[in-house]
Structures are given as C-alpha cells and as structure tokens.
Design a binder for this molecule. Sequence first.
Ligand code: AMP
Length: 411
Amino acid sequence: MTNSTSFSELKLIDPLLNALAQKGYTTPTPIQAAAIPGLLQGKDMLGVAQTGTGKTAAFCLPMLQILSGEHRRVPSKAVRALILTPTRELASQIADNIAAYGAGLKLRHTVIFGGVGQNPQVQTLRRGVEILVATPGRLLDLMGQGHADLSLVEIFVLDEADRMLDMGFIRDVRKIIDALPKKRQSLLFSATMPEDIVALAHRLLHDPVRVEVTPPATTVERIDQRILFVEKNDKRALLGEVLSDPELGRALVFTRTKHGANRAAEYLKKSHVSAEAIHGNKSQGARERALEGFKTGKVKVLVATDIAARGIDVPGIDLVVNFDLPNVPESYVHRIGRTARAGREGRAISFCDVEERAFLKDIERTIRRQVPVVENHPFRSTIPFTAAPPPAAKRANGGGGRGGGARRRRR
Ligand code: AMP
C-alpha cells in the first residue's frame, strides 16, 4: 500500500472520523482513498473490487456524509439510499458497518432479506428510513406489495454485481433499477467484469469514475501458500490432520459442493474438531448460528462453498484450506484473500488430487508464482505427474492408479 492519505484529508466529517478512530482504522485502504473524493462530489462510480478491500466503507462513508449534509423528512415507505447485495450475510454486514460508521449521525437504516418473516421489515419501512440494505428478491416482494417505495432514492449501490449474476438475480436487479428515479447517484461494485455486468454498468452509470483495485498481487504476496498432493479419498483424513493442531486459530475450509462441505464438517466433528458447514441449503438460522459461533471462537472451523463464503467477514482467519481446488483461478485468489485481510499476514493450504492438477497449473499462471509443495505429510499422493494431466475433475472418483506408467517430474 503506497497511499499515505489520512481519512481527514479525504474531507470526511468529524462524526465519521470519530467512528473510524473508534474502529481503529487509521489509514484508508486504496479503494477508499480512490473512491471517497469522487463519491463526495456526487459522481457515479464503477468499482472493480472484491470483499476484503475495504469497499464497504468506501461507499458507506460518503453515503452517510451526503445524506447527513442535507436532512430531509423521509415519507412513509420511502428510502433515500438503497444498497442491493446478493446475500443475507453481506446485507447484515453492510448494515453493521453503517451502524458503526453512522453512530454519531441521526440517520436511520434497516436491512431486509428473505428467509425470515416480512412483518418487522414492513413495519420499519412504513416509518421511512434513510438507508435500506436489501437482497433483491425480498425487496421486489415488498415493492410488489406496496411496502417499499424507491421513487425518492438519491443514492443507489449495486454491490457484488457479478455474484448477483452468478446467483441468478440479475433480472430482479434490472426490475429494481427500473423503479429508481432517473436523477440519482449510482455505484456498481463487482469483483470481475463479465459482459453482462459491463452492459449493466452502461445502463446504470453516467460518466462514472472507475476505481479498480487488484488484490492478486498485493494480497497473494502476503500469504504463505502451500500445496499438498493427496488422493481424493484421503482428503478428509488429511483435513483432520491439518486442523488438529491445537495452536491453530480460526480456519476457513472451501469445498466445491454443499455435500462436500457437509461431509467434511461431519468428519471434523467426529475427530473432535469444532466445525460447522455453511452453504445455501442451510436454513437462515443454522447459517447465522454457525457464523456467530465462528466469530466468537466457539466454532474453530467453518466449511463453506464459494458462494456462502462470499458473505463471511470475520477478521482474524488464520488459515484458509482449499479442500478442493477451484477451477477458476480468480476464485483461488478470492478464497485465500479471506486470510491476510486489511494488511495482516495469513496462511493458505490447498489440497490437490490428480484430477485437480490442471487447475493448479492455471492458478499458478494467474498468480505468477509456483506454490511450494509440502512433501512431508502422511497422505502424500503417490500418483506421479503425467506429461498431460487428465482432463480435470469430471467425476468424483478416487482416481487410484490412473496416470500410472507416466514418469514425469514429481513436485
Ligand atoms: P470489506 O472489503 O468492506 O469487506 O472490508 C474488509 C475488512 O477490512 C473489513 O473487516 C473491514 O472492517 C476492514 N477495513 C475496512 N476499512 C479499513 C481500514 N481503512 N483500515 C483497516 N481495516 C479496514
């Protein structure tokens, strides 16, 4: 990080500076330094950034400042600022951030998402709130029933736009955008910019400032990464071994599938490691309990799929384990970035079975470095490298003996 700007140089007002001091934040992250001045001037913004970069504060701080600069009575059901985000967890975290940063301001905010009763949400909206944080489905429901009115929105934030697309929310998002007034300030954040998001950005933003932070180089360098070659059927035993270290603090384990997450968590529990799985098939209550346990330290290991993990903002994750290697290299970077947040160092261990070796190659190409291999572990795969690795992970299968006969380099 080369910026030495302070928050006060960004012309933030005292109540916000006090709140930041309270949080112990001394220096703006790069995205905050880049985004805050333009946003305070009322500009639209395209932020290419992922969770972990400090992007929440980058949009919440100017939003709070702008809204508090011009106090207005908010009519029943109306909101002055809307933040759309794909998951309940993210919505709650953004709301927590707003509560913390806005502690010294007289602005009301609320959060709405599906999976819980709508009545309390309807009651709160009836009084009118300055800031609404919402997931798209529930918001559309409430709009349809006449409980939410977006016609007075002054600031609109579309957070994690690429996730919205992945999760199939993009049509809902478009409908919500159609309900917004033409004159407004709009912000779009996305970790990646697939074509659909580029199109959406065109539609949503007027003459936006583009702010891009690329964590790969910065984040990846600070993380101690290792690869463990292991056969698929030994992965759970290896996980138990890796996580049995009593010195270990919080660990976040990534699996490719929900089922895999459940099975890994069950295995760990049987091995007396306190673990919970978190993914889309779990009830809201179960997810919240797991997350809360993880935050308080009661649950040492959280096993998650990529989508579920997106919303987890727990500082102080000591270790990220890739139980399965992701087939998209960027996901690897996102995953391991969950440790080493906001300047801290972290560790990441990745299991790689014979079918995942092609993924490893892609990852190493993307991060432009070779990940050191741990040779000395009890479940070291003995399947040698073939000249051409088998086509990656088509079927879950032990793969025992496949690739035999080949001799190539062993890493
Ligand atoms: P986000 O990308 O918004 O999810 O933020 C990532 C993490 O960094 C969160 O835990 C924030 O509370 C934290 N954070 C945000 N801004 C700062 C800052 N300026 N200094 C230190 N930590 C920060």
